[in-house]
Every structure is written in C-alpha cells, then in structure tokens.
Design a binder for this molecule. Structure first.
Ligand code: PXG
Length: 464
C-alpha cells in the first residue's frame, strides 16, 4: 500500500488526486489538468501548502474555522473522548454525556425559547431534518396540508436532495432532479444587482412583501415555513436592506408561518453575536447550525427548536435520525470549541476590535476603481466588482469571469478570498488580529490592482 504523506512531491500528490479524488462543486476534468493546491498544515489564520507557501485564509476554511486553526485543546478532547467512548448512538432510549452537555450548552446560548437540539452531521442534514420536522409539526397539529416551505433564490441551504431543493441555486436545481415538490422560491433582497432605480429601503420592503404575496397565492393553509439565512453567505454575502427583516418577521407572525433561520454560517460569532438572529433582531422557531459549532474541527450540525415546536413533535415518534446524530467525539469537540469562544471572549474581540477595524478597511475598498459596493456584517464581507459604479453595471462577460480572474490573483498572492459570480467575499477566522487584517487588505488591494490590469489587457472592462 502506498503511504501518502505530506512529504511526497506535489506533482505526485496532484496526479493521485486527479486519478482518484472527485472534488465537490468542481469541474474535475479541468482541475486534473491544472492540479489542485495541496494544503498540508494550518495554524491560526494561516494555511501552509505542499510548496511551503503561507496563505492567509480569509474564508476560515469554508466559513467555519471560527476559533482559528491549530488549537491543541480540541485535539486533546477528541483523543480523550475516542478513548472513553468513541461512538454510541442516541436512538433507542440511550444517550451519552457529550450529547447531553452540548445540547444543554447550545440551548443556554440560543435566544428565547430555543431550548431543544436535534443533532445531525452537517448543515445539509440539519436542513433535511427541518423539512421533515416542520411538515410533521403541522400534520400533528391537524393541518397536514401546510407542507410548502418558502425559500429564496440564490439561497444556500446544503447539497443533499432536500436541502439543495430548499436552496435557490439554479445551477444545482439543473442537475439531479431537484427541487423536490412543495418548495417555493421568492426573490432575494440583493439591492446592488436587482434593486434598479429603487431606494434600498423601499426595495427591501418590496422583496419582503413577496413572502406575503406567495403565502396569499399558495394559500395560508398550504404554507408550513419560511427559511432564510440572516445574511446570505454562499450567495455572495448579500446583506438585506434594514427594512427587510422586520417585515419578514411581521408576515411570519401574521400568517402563522414557522420561521427557520439558517445560522450555519452566521451562528457562533460570525456576525458579532452568538447568532445572526440576534444581530438582525429576528425571532425564529428553528435555527439550523453547523460549521462554527465545532469551528470545523469535527463534522457536526443540528436544529435548535423552540419549546412550542419541540413539544408538539414530542407527541409522536419522529421517524428520523442519523447514525452520527450527536456523535460523541464531534459533540465533545464542539463543546470545547464553545468553551474557548466563551472563555476567551472571542465575540468581544469581534465586536470591539476585529469587526470595527475590518469594516473601516473593507468599506474603504470602494475607493478602488473596480469596487462598486462593499458590504460587511461582523466578520463576513463582500465587494461587488463592476465596470461602472454609477450604473451598478454588470460586466459584459459571463458572470464570474471577472470574479475568477480576481480570485486567481488572490490565490497567487497567498490570500484565500473567494468569488461568487463577480462578487468577492471574505469570512476570516474570528480571532484575526488588526495586523493580520492589514495584511489581508494589502493583499486584497494588490490582487484587485492586478485584476484591473488584467481586465484592461483582455479588454474586459465593458458593461453588460
Ligand atoms: N446552510 C448554509 C447557510 C450553508 O452555508 C449549509 C447549510 C450546508 O452545510 P453542510 O455542512 O452540509 O455543507 C451551508 C454550507 C460555498 C460553500 O461555496 C458554502 C457552504 C458549503 C459549501 C460551499 O460558499 N455552506
């Protein structure tokens, strides 16, 4: 058997990767030609690749490594838990200490009467749980026709058949027979791209009222729930105008629609509070969690459920669960992650130091000729690249062409900053320091400059 170590030559590792490893959300044929970048180690906010480059990870992995890389405490807790009880399930009238302790801690942190946790292995699984739970809830309340879940275009809620259907990514729906029935999508509150001549606040209200229109059109007796990310992450860090969420809350309350807040990215400090709902003043009935729950050190997700919904679900056997629901090692790691977030006052660092500093630097990027708007909430930010700031024009090239050029420049400059279409996005570890933010911004500006030069060279600076 070949022993694969970090020390094999990069080209050999890339060849093996190309031969056997199917990457998610990737044109694997194209990647095989190019070769994937091989990440070998990480510490704090930095990744190291197989060529020894130090890369500033301004995406915290995939929006998840909130406490930063390399925390020994989590490794120790995982090893200890593996020795003591590596696995047991929570199905047939059994439970275990890590699941009990984590559920209690999450309930303590969650706002209002969100006191009940159903564990899953990921955000996708948790949203699949939510689909079944809200439909079952209404069935148990004698209203089985309330089965439609309203979501938004360009939302991301996961990649399983259920959660991918909830999401509003047209590229995903085009493959593999999605969406499943009884999912309805309304428009997103993306003022920059879709607001036209309307002032942002008016546009926010209009987009929120699409929820009311959808409920009236479908019939109140058909609608089970509305699901949304407090701030759309994978869709491009889309921050709704201030008018949006209060109106959404009013509509959910008025029509007795359950509100599911997908906190997979926003949860556990990303917006400066434990949950994005607190930052945006939303009162959900269910929250989806994953990612920052364990800072990505172990795969775990879940649904935090209100007392009302949980008490109804408790009235019957809920025929649903995963082998790894509440996995003891993942739960122990998550609990240790929450201890670190709390005891080291990492949310305080975000609120008082990192987020205000980053906001000031990030918003100044609009001085760059390519940058139209800069949006930021806590430690998640986006910039819209445009050939014309006044008209908020899109580029004439296919969406994503320019964003990809910019991303390639960032990667070459040892900065992980992603692109979604022609928006650039960041979501750095919450522990990032002011000095590291300076480096992030410096590399981002250099990359934007290089991108700008490249667009001139390729004659791509035209409006659609
Ligand atoms: N909800 C939200 C809001 C997410 O961002 C999920 C659910 C699904 O979680 P899992 O753990 O099943 O992946 C996510 C995941 C990207 C990207 O390209 C974003 C996610 C996953 C993969 C890629 O930004 N978010």
């Amino acid at each position: 058997m070949t022993v694969i170590t970090n020390h094999m030559p990069t080209a050999e590792l890339q060849a093996l990767d190309a031969a056997h490893h199917m990457h998610p959300f990737t044109a694997n044929g194209e990647l095989s030609q190019k070769g994937a970048r091989i990440i070998t180690r990480a510490d704090g906010v930095h990744l190291t690749d197989s060529e020894g480059h130090q890369i500033l990870d301004a995406m915290a992995g995939l929006w998840c490594v909130n406490i930063g890389y390399g925390r020994e405490e989590l490794a120790e807790v995982a090893a200890r838990q593996m020795r003591e009880l590596p696995y047991y399930n929570t199905f047939f009238q059994t439970t275990h200490v890590p699941a009990i302790a984590l559920a209690a801690k999450v309930a303590e942190l969650a706002p209002g009467d969100l006191n009940n946790v159903f564990f899953a292995g990921s955000g996708s699984e948790a949203n699949d749980t939510n689909i079944r739970m809200v439909r079952h809830y209404w069935a148990l309340k004698g209203k089985p026709s309330k089965s439609v879940i309203i979501s938004r275009k360009n939302a991301y809620h996961g990649s399983s058949v259920g959660s991918g259907s909830l999401g509003g990514m047209s590229g995903m729906h085009a493959q593999g027979g999605m969406p499943i029935p009884d999912i309805h999508h309304i428009n997103q509150p993306n003022w920059w791209a879709e607001g036209g001549d309307m002032p942002p606040e008016e546009f926010g209200l209009q987009r929120a009222r699409e929820l009311e229109e959808a409920i009236l059109e479908l019939g109140e007796d058909r609608v089970a729930a509305f699901i949304a990310e407090p701030v759309q992450g994978a869709g491009g860090v889309i921050v709704a105008p201030d008018s949006y969420w209060p109106e959404i809350q009013r509509i959910c309350d008025k029509y007795e629609i359950l509100l599911i807040a997908d906190e997979v990215i926003c949860g556990f400090g990303r917006t400066g509070n434990w949950f994005g709902c607190e930052t945006l003043n939303i009162r959900p009935d269910i929250m989806t969690i994953a990612k920052g729950l364990s800072s990505g050190y172990a795969p775990i997700g879940g649904s935090i459920v209100s007392d009302e919904v949980a008490s109804v679900i408790a009235g019957d056997e809920f025929n649903h669960g995963y082998t790894y629901s509440g996995h003891p090692v993942a739960a122990a790691v998550a609990l240790e992650n929450l201890r670190i977030l709390e005891e080291e006052n990492i949310l305080g660092h975000v609120r008082d130091v990192a987020a205000p500093y980053l906001k000031q630097k990030w918003e100044a990027l609009t001085d760059h000729p390519l940058v139209g708007e800069a949006k930021i909430v806590g430690m998640m930010g986006s910039i819209a690249l445009t050939p014309n700031k006044e008209t908020r024009a899109a580029f004439a090239s296919d969406a994503g062409t320019v964003g990809y050029i910019c991303r390639e420049r960032c990667f070459a400059n040892n900065l992980v900053m992603r692109h979604v279409g022609d928006r650039m996005i960041i979501s750095p570890p919450l522990v990032i320091t002011q000095e590291q933010i300076d480096v992030l911004i410096e590399r981002a500006v250099n990359s934007l400059d290089e991108c700008h030069a490249e667009l001139k060279k390729q004659d791509l600076l035209h409006s659609a």
